[in-house]
Write a new protein. Structure first.
Length: 75
């Protein structure tokens, strides 16, 4: 019985360690992707916009500037 508890503990510890390393690796990859300003723009088909906004949120000034720069021109 002690042997099975030791094996179960070892398996649990290895899963926890793998999960921590995976999260750190994913965060590092996301930071590298979001370093490109084009991935932080709300363009159609941009798969990284929401994730990049979570770590690099747009300021109110930046949103206003983008709106006035990209607003449609009325005739």
């Amino acid at each position: 019985m002690n042997w099975s508890v030791a094996v179960a503990s070892l398996v649990l510890a290895s899963f926890l360690l793998y999960g921590c390393q995976s999260t750190q690796h994913s965060s590092a990859e996301l930071a590298q992707i979001c370093a490109d300003p084009n991935n932080r723009l709300p363009t159609p088909g941009n798969l990284y916009y929401d994730e990049c906004q979570a770590i690099h949120p747009s300021s109110a000034h930046g949103l206003a500037r983008r709106y006035f720069r990209e607003a449609p021109v009325g005739y």
